[in-house]
Structure formats: C-alpha cells, structure tokens
Design a protein. Structure first.
Length: 95
C-alpha cells in the first residue's frame, strides 16, 4: 500500500516542530513522519532533506542547522509559512 504525504504537509510538520522548539533533522523527521502514517509508504531521509532545502531556498525560511542539537531550527520564530503555498484543505484549515 502506497500513500504519499504531500510536500506541503511535510513542510508544515517541519516548521511546526521547529516552532515548538524541537530540532528535527532529516533522519528523525523521516522516522516521525513515517510513524504518523502506519501501513503506508515510508518517508525517506533524502525526501526530508530536500524539503529542508526547499524551505531555505524557495520559501526563504530562516532555517539553519544547529550542530550542537544535531537538528534544524528557525532563526526567526515569527516566520510563518506563506499562505500562497498552501493548497486545498490545508489552505481552508489555515483560515
């Protein structure tokens, strides 16, 4: 059984974790995202790494790696996910 989690869902999960003060890295986020979808295809570490790069390069998110905590963090806690990148139900739920 294969069920994909959208990039938007993964990005929101990553940003939410960082806003909660967590320091997700590609491996821990992939494991957590995969656990949240039992019976479905795993989210691989490389996919999460591409998502982090997308946040940094395409959405200009202030995300940086913290070598002490071995994970990523938002350097500006006021940064919000841009609404123009939300789609369908996720856009409706954010309003």
């Amino acid at each position: 059984m294969s069920c994909r989690m959208s990039r938007t869902q993964r990005l929101i999960h990553l940003v939410s974790a960082m806003k909660r003060g967590e320091f997700p890295n590609a491996a821990t986020a992939a494991a957590e995202l995969s656990r949240s979808r039992p019976g479905h295809a795993c989210i691989c570490r490389r996919t999460v790494q591409r998502d982090i790069e997308f946040l940094q390069l395409r959405l200009d998110a202030p995300v940086e790696y913290d070598p002490v905590r071995h994970g990523y963090r938002l350097t500006d806690s006021d940064w919000v996910y841009p609404l123009e990148h939300l789609q369908g139900d996720l856009l409706y739920a954010s309003l």
